[in-house]
Every structure is written in structure tokens, then in C-alpha cells.
Design a protein around this ligand. Structure first.
Ligand code: NAD
Ligand code: TDX
Length: 343
């Protein structure tokens, strides 16, 4: 079988490429990635010399290039990870989010129709459900929760999900969608909460916590997410949506304190800064459906996963230091400079 993985040079996509190569060596993996600021070919270096892996640099919005690749590879399955994925960037510049996340999805699905793929899988997010109040711990997102988005990022992901459902109903495209909670683990770009705090703590730089740090996220180790997608593309039912989460809710401030403790750094580095605009309060997934229908359960406890993640960042300083020394510093100054000066 040939599986086309888009966005495979990013955080979750790369972890998925490695899982597939390891678990299904009989399959061929083709990765299409534009290598935006978030994509890094170095992340895929151990895959590049495998005979059943091919990397293609390209944009999912480029219709001619996408159709040419489908003509050449005739993929059986498409898994779309390619996206602009950072909420803060979507607040600064929504346009590229709409283009990549919605129009790119359309191009991939048009090619999937034309070349009659057996499965088109869309990697979505729990953020499409909006947020939950902190004082209702009994509430969780199910697959039936209405879409109600807060940021340009989550709106673009919700728009893509609606389009996927339309292509299934109107054109009979064999689709599935997964909506996952916050991932953490190796190869996450250091603009996201956990790797940013690890990198800053190691350099003894301020740890910028938005608002009071009381927002809650439901953390899932990236490998567990990838295993769920592997199950969905092989055993999931066409037309279905599957929520993926680990019932591991934590306040941001508690995560940051754990990182300080693990790295033996003082909590005085914690700096409360101006809140994110439209900041979602709480995400919490009910993963009962994927457990019941496909037997999936998360395998990594947060206490272990965070230790493995911190160790990975300590062992791979070259990987993230190259990132934080380049263009990223410009982003960092724009996003945090004024906020930290005001704090
Ligand atoms: P990421 O930002 O680390 O990686 C995105 C990848 O997509 C990069 O390699 C980038 O180069 C590539 N890309 C961007 N635009 C492209 C384009 N036009 N054409 C081809 N490639 C392009 O993102 P991630 O955190 O790995 O997220 C992957 C997917 O999972 C996204 O769709 C995201 O919405 C979703 N998701 C992420 C999380 C999370 O916690 N990170 C949680 C739930 C869902
Ligand atoms: O510097 C920071 N300080 C801070 O307090 C950063 C970067 C984040 N935060 C807070 C904001 C959030 O409440 O930490 C929480 C997590 O932030 P992010 O890592 O930016 O993730 P989030 O906004 O929750 O979105 C993530 O999960 C869902 C991914 O980036 C999305 O791609 C995914 O869909």
C-alpha cells in the first residue's frame, strides 16, 4: 500500500512517518511537505535513506504539483497533517491559515477523488469545538459537540472539517476525521508551550505564561496520537469522526512548574504576560468512541511522557538550537518582546 503523508516534516507528521515505517515496513510512505518555518527535513533524516520512503517538497495548495504526484504515486491512503498550526500566528496573520488549511484540503480531496483513493484522512483538532468552562469539569467534547470556534486557526480547521464531510456526502469520498487534544513529545517546534518552556528554562530566560496560567489543556503523548490515526486509517469506518484524547487535563501553570522542577530551575523564571486574545479556557476530550469502536487507549502516562520529552530536548539540543537561532528569534521578539517588557 502507498500512503501519502502531507506535512510529514512537522511535529506530528514526522512521528507518524516513523511509526508507519516501523510498524508497517511493507507499506510505501510518500511525504509531501512545503518545508515552511515549521517543517524541517532534518527531522526526517532517519527516514530518508529507507527504500520505502520518499520525500517530495511541495505545497498542498499547488493543484498541478499535487495532481502530478497523485498520477505518479497513485496513493491508496492520504493522511493530511499539513497545516498552519500555531494559534498565536493565526491571530497575527489569518490569511495563510485559510489558504493552507481550507484550500489545501480542497486540493488534496479533489486529487483523492480523481485518483480514487481508498481513504482520505483529515487530521483535525479539538479546538473546533471551542472551549469549556472551568467550573464544569463534568463536560467533555464528544463527536456530536457542535463546532464553535474561537481563533482564526480553529476556524480554518473547522472549515476544512465541514468541507471533508461535504466531499463525503456529495461525492462519496471515503473520508475519516480525527480530532485530537494537545500533543507533546519529540520534534515539536519550540513555539508551542512545552518545548518553548523547556528551551527557555534551559537558557534561564523568562517563562512567559499567558494571563494567570489557569487555562486547561488535555495533553496526549504524540506517539499515542499517531497510533490512533494508524488504527483509524486501517480499521475506522468511512464517514466517521473520532475524538482522540487521554483524559489528562492540566493547567498551564502546573505544566510550567513541572518543567522547572524537572530541570532544576527556579520558579522565579515564570513571568505572567498579557493574555492571548480570545484565549480558550479548557479543552477536554471524551475518547469513548475510539476506545469502544477501535480499542484505542493512550499508553503513556503524562508523568512518564513529560520526562521522556524533556530528555529528548536535552539530548537533541542541536535540533532545536538551530531553530531558535534563525528566523524564529524575529518571531519571538514580535510575539513576546513587548509583553515581557511590560510584565
Ligand atoms: P507543525 O506546524 O509542526 O507541522 C506542520 C507541517 O505542515 C510542517 O512540516 C509544514 O512545513 C507543513 N506545511 C505547512 N503548510 C504546508 C503546505 N501548504 N503544503 C505542504 N506542507 C505544508 O504541526 P503539527 O503540530 O505537527 O500538527 C499537524 C496537524 O495536526 C495539523 O493539521 C494540526 O492542526 C493538527 N493538530 C495538532 C495538534 C498539536 O497539539 N500539535 C493537536 C491536534 C491537531
Ligand atoms: O508562551 C506561551 N505561553 C502560554 O501560556 C505559549 C506558546 C502558550 N501558552 C498557553 C496557551 C495555551 O493555553 O499554553 C497553552 C498551550 O498553548 P499552545 O502550545 O500554543 O497550544 P494550543 O493553543 O492549546 O493549541 C495546540 O493544541 C491544539 C496546537 O498548537 C494546535 O495545533 C492544536 O490544534
Amino acid at each position: 500500500m502507498t500512503i501519502l503523508v502531507t506535512g510529514g516534516a512537522g511535529f506530528i507528521g514526522a512521528n507518524f512517518v516513523y511509526l508507519e515505517l516501523d510498524k508497517h515496513p511493507e507499506d510505501r510512505i510518500v511525504c509531501l511537505d512545503k518545508l515552511t518555518y515549521a517543517g524541517n527535513l532534518e527531522t526526517l533524516k532517519e527516514a530518508l535513506d529507507k527504500p520505502n520512503f520518499r520525500f517530495v517538497k511541495g505545497d498542498i495548495c499547488d493543484r498541478d504539483a499535487v495532481f502530478a504526484l497523485f498520477e505518479e504515486e497513485k496513493p491508496d491512503i492520504v493522511v493530511n497533517f499539513a497545516a498552519e498550526s500555531h494559534v498565536d500566528r493565526s491571530i497575527e496573520d489569518p490569511g495563510i491559515f485559510l489558504k493552507t488549511n481550507i484550500l489545501g484540503t480542497q486540493v488534496l480531496m479533489d486529487a483523492s477523488r480523481e485518483y480514487k483513493v481508498k481513504r482520505y484522512h483529515q487530521v483535525s483538532t479539538d479546538e473546533v469545538y471551542g472551549d469549556l468552562p472551568l467550573d464544569r469539569p463534568d463536560l467533555f467534547f464528544t463527536e456530536e459537540t457542535p463546532l464553535k470556534t474561537s481563533s482564526p486557526y480553529s476556524s480554518s480547521k473547522a472549515g476544512a472539517d465541514l468541507l471533508v464531510n461535504a466531499y463525503h456526502r456529495t461525492f462519496d469520498l471515503p473520508t475519516t476525521i480525527s480530532r485530537c487534544s494537545n500533543n507533546y513529545g519529540p520534534y515539536q517546534f519550540p513555539e508551542k508551550l512545552i518545548p518553548l518552556m523547556i528551551a527557555n528554562a534551559l537558557d534561564e530566560k523568562p517563562l512567559p505564561v499567558y494571563g494567570q496560567g489557569l487555562n486547561v489543556r488535555d495533553w496526549l503523548y504524540v506517539e499515542d496520537h499517531c497510533k490512533a490515526i494508524d488504527l483509524i486509517i486501517r480499521k475506522g469506518e468511512v464517514g466517521q469522526v473520532y475524538n482522540i484524547g487521554g483524559h489528562n487535563e492540566m493547567k498551564n501553570i502546573d505544566i510550567v512548574k513541572i518543567i522547572c522542577q524537572e530541570l532544576d530551575k527556579p520558579e522565579s523564571l515564570i513571568t505572567y504576560v498579557t493574555d492571548r486574545k480570545g484565549h480558550d479556557m479548557r479543552y477536554a476530550i471524551d475518547p469513548a468512541k475510539i476506545h469502544r469502536d477501535l480499542g484505542w487507549l493512550p499508553e503513556t502516562m503524562f508523568a512518564d511522557g513529560i520526562k521522556m520529552t524533556i530528555k529528548w530536548y536535552l539530548d537533541h539540543k542541536d535540533w532545536w538550537q538551530r531553530i531558535v537561532s534563525g528566523d524564529y528569534m524575529k518571531y519571538y521578539e514580535e510575539m513576546y518582546g513587548e509583553r515581557l517588557r511590560q510584565a
